[in-house]
Design a protein around this ligand. Structure first.
Ligand SMILES: [Zn+2]
Length: 262
């Protein structure tokens, strides 16, 4: 299991398996080529808090995605959490970058983390509510709504510190209210980009996913956030990257960011 320090926090990269789907499902159009991605939720020990960033697909592939996505795994997020020396009850906070099915699974009902508060941006919830029936993002809405009533879910309104050393920043484009996470502080920070730049291919600012809600915002935010990571020499954690999910980035003359494995 990969782990490193960022400020006074310890960061561990967990794993919830690999999805396989037609490229058309991510880029739009009829592309039949298969595309693969990992799910790598991030566990951060920050003082007395144990914070999980995103929550994989959950116990099984959600019903609405059966036939479109295939989920391959021998071990899941809970197994990896245990390998890290923790049980589900030890998690104190779960930060959801946005409400897509591959990021929220284990945080929904029944909540797998009985002692955790789950944090979502209000804008992400509002957008998901407006999605058509059967959309992967829309499916999370009822559970989040109940979570609000039952007290395991909290809505955020913009940027801020969730716990000391863990700061969310709204960087929309992939979805409204999509948040990235800075771990640590100042010059000793790491960046979790979530789906703003989820794998190495997405370090090219001009690559736009058909599923991005606002492609121009995605492009602008990707450049701004990765430029800041380069300036801080911060490790960048890539949620869907099958190999080398932790990289440092350098912007090349062609405008694309290049990845060096950490
Ligand atoms: Zn994703």
């Amino acid at each position: 299991m990969r782990s490193f320090e960022a400020g006074s926090a310890t960061v561990r990269i967990l794993d919830d398996g690999v999805f396989v789907t037609d490229a058309g499902n991510l880029f739009g159009g009829q592309k039949k080529a298969k595309i693969k991605g990992s799910m790598r939720p991030v566990l951060v020990e920050a003082g007395d808090n144990l914070v999980l960033l995103d929550a994989g697909f959950g116990p099984e592939l959600p019903e609405i995605l059966v036939g479109r996505y295939e989920l391959r795994r021998e071990e899941d997020l809970m197994d990896h959490l245990e390998e890290a020396g923790y049980g589900a009850e030890d998690v104190t906070h779960v930060v959801l970058s946005h409400l897509d099915a591959d990021h929220v699974g284990w945080a929904l009902e029944p909540p797998s983390f009985p002692n955790a508060s789950v944090f979502v941006q209000r804008a992400a919830l509002e957008e998901a509510k407006g999605m058509p029936e059967g959309d992967g993002r829309r499916e999370a809405v009822p559970a989040v709504g109940r979570g609000l009533e039952e007290g395991w879910c909290e809505l955020l309104e913009g940027d801020g510190e969730v716990v000391p050393g863990i700061r969310v920043e709204v960087r929309s484009g992939h979805s409204e209210g999509h948040q990235v996470v800075w771990i640590g502080s100042g010059e000793d920070a790491a960046l979790y980009t979530a789906d703003l730049a989820p794998a190495k291919i997405w370090l090219d600012p001009d690559l736009i996913a058909g599923v991005d809600t606002d492609p121009e915002a995605a492009r602008r935010n990707r450049i701004e956030v990765l430029t800041e990571a380069e300036e801080k020499d911060a490790p960048v954690i890539l949620y869907h990257e099958p190999k080398d999910p932790v990289v440092r980035v350098r912007r090349g003359e062609d405008g694309k960011f290049e990845a060096e494995p950490v």
